[in-house]
Design a protein around this ligand. Sequence first.
Ligand code: ADP
Ligand code: MG
Length: 279
Amino acid sequence: SATPATLSAISNGAKNGILFKGGAAMEALSTMDILYSDKTGTLTYGDFVVEEYAADEDTLKEVVTIEQHSSHPIAEAIVKKFKTLDLDSVDHSEPVEEIVGSGMKKGDIIVGKPDSFKDYTDPSNYRDQIIAGNTNIFVGESGQITGFFSLADQVRDEAVHAVENFQNSDIEVVLLTGDNETVAEKVAGEVGITDYTASCLPEDKVRFVNESQKKSKIVGMIGDGINDAPALANADIGIAMGSGSSVAMESSDVVIVKNNLQKLFYSFMLSNRLNRIIL
Ligand code: ADP
Ligand code: MG
């Protein structure tokens, strides 16, 4: 069981909006060698704005109907933007499936990342409308691209300083995202991360975590999505954003209640001080 010093550090962390599920996580945080970070909702607000779109009204209605079944920030932005559409004409009986890390599916219709549409024809030339540095989404039906959305998100105010603080404490910070290469490069550049990998599936994130562990590194992973949950569970210290999906929080040892990454660094310093007391 936790020592009084550890309990006191946990309580201090809690007052600052960082919940530790146990003494072990508080003691381990400052021993971390590498911190893997998700992008959307973690380094960014996950508050997307639909900047461009192209689709006919029936397709739009299908997309909104489909995205109502997803809690992904992209889905929330699309549903919000088109909330006034009347969806009565859409078939609501067909099941909608989430393809974690890639998009959504309803029968023949898929909505998701452009990578999934490599074999699709593109009669309306939506591929030419992709905006570099944005998150771009296609809609496809029966082998044909039928819609396009381009969404933008913003880096969290405190992300740059938090990343810098961890780096100055000799923690390697690495970005892993399911999003495309140009967004990954842009966000990494904005927050000062040089090592990033785009188009990661949930199992790719797990692989990165496990590879570092094989090199005897103590691995932290921070994320918010369903797609991050397996990596969060595999990391030595799994850290979830409070705004994240419940499965991300359940898979983690630490929760950043108000999503402030600087508070995580504050807890890292508490852990540091604690280990100096214990040792
Ligand atoms: P991240 O690692 O950036 O949080 P995800 O792994 O959750 O991203 O998703 C990867 C990509 O899959 C997104 O950038 C998007 O292109 C696509 N995607 C995921 N969920 C959805 C959805 N509900 N609707 C449309 N596209 C989605
Ligand atoms: Mg995310």
